[in-house]
Write a protein that binds this ligand. Sequence first.
Ligand code: HEM
Length: 94
Amino acid sequence: MVGPDAANRVGPQLNGLIGRQMAGVEDFNYGPANAALGEDGSVWTEEALFEYLADPRAFVGGATRMTTRYPDEQFRWDVIAYLSQFNADGERTE
Ligand code: HEM
């Protein structure tokens, strides 16, 4: 979810995702592989998301409950452009 009322569901809320620390949602219970991504302070960039969405399991390097792969490159850039409109408070900035 994104927006002012975004909450965690199956996956974490995605407000302010670009620039957000990987596995950075405090109250979301990440799997160990996803959680490990953020331990060195890595943040989500557009390029990282582009790679992640193609194959989340490969990107995190282990098991993850995010099993959906998005092979279509245009779809991935469109989703990233959409998500980049929402700041950390879920306000639409573009
Ligand atoms: C275009 C659609 C989607 C996008 C953009 C997306 C994006 C993301 C991102 C960026 C993360 C990592 C978050 C972080 O590190 O804070 C994540 C995690 C996750 N997503 Fe998705 N997701 C999508 C679809 C889905 C779907 C369809 C599911 C349902 C199976 C799902 C379930 C999850 C789960 C369970 C996690 C946590 C994984 C773990 O802890 O191992 N996502 N998602």
